[in-house]
Design a protein around this ligand. Structure first.
Ligand code: ZN
Length: 202
């Protein structure tokens, strides 16, 4: 469950020389400007505008922005235009951008590493294989002879990429002891076509 919502934080306060519309006390109005922001799990995500209230310091009458009349409305607009949106209300959005960039960089690094590993298969390399839609398994390099790598097929399949972790945990016994010859060039093209998803080397 994702908990999200809107919060407001006070960002400016000003005493206004107006008389209160309720108790008519002069110089008794305090205006507070709020910045509203969306939060997700209480992390401020992004700002969604400003709002304000006034309070009479004498009779405690509170007015919301929509109840402001001519003069108060003008004061509110002036206070609003003179105040900045706090940068921390963008925290979640900033964090998300960092995570997305980090994800892009690490995925590019993984691609680069796999492109190197596939050219030179080594005994014990584990290939994550996508056989078909929702059909994944593992190959393990048994030995290499010239241009050919001999791979062992895993006897299990899974319908999700995340299921491959479980297959790996089944260990060596889950690989069928019948080495299947595959040209290194074919392995390379399998990687390029996305049929080999990832390569693990101890
Ligand atoms: Zn009052």
């Amino acid at each position: 469950m994702i908990i999200y919502g809107v919060k407001a934080t006070p960002i400016a306060t000003e005493n206004i020389s107006d008389s209160c519309s309720n108790c008519e006390t002069p110089d008794s109005i305090q205006m507070i400007l709020f910045n509203r922001y969306a939060h997700v799990f209480w992390i401020p995500f992004f700002p969604i505008g400003k709002t304000g209230t006034t309070q009479c310091l004498h009779c405690k009458q509170v007015l919301q922005k929509k109840e402001f009349t001519g003069n108060l409305r003008g004061k509110y607009e002036a206070l609003k235009s003179g105040s900045k949106t706090p940068f921390w209300t963008f925290s979640g959005l900033a964090l998300l951008s960092v995570l997305i960039i980090w994800g892009m960089v690490s995925s590019k690094q993984k691609d680069k590493k796999n492109a190197e590993l596939i050219l030179d298969p080594q005994q014990g390399d584990i290939y994550e294989i996508k056989k078909d839609y929702a059909q994944y398994t593992l190959y393990k390099v048994d030995h290499v002879d010239g241009d050919t790598a001999f791979v062992l097929l895993n006897e299990y399949e899974t319908n999700k990429v995340s299921g491959l972790t479980g297959l790996k945990q089944k260990g060596d016994e889950a690989f069928i002891r019948e080495p299947l010859p595959m040209l290194k060039a074919d392995l390379k093209s399998m990687l390029e076509k996305g049929e080999i998803l990832d390569i693990g080397r101890e």
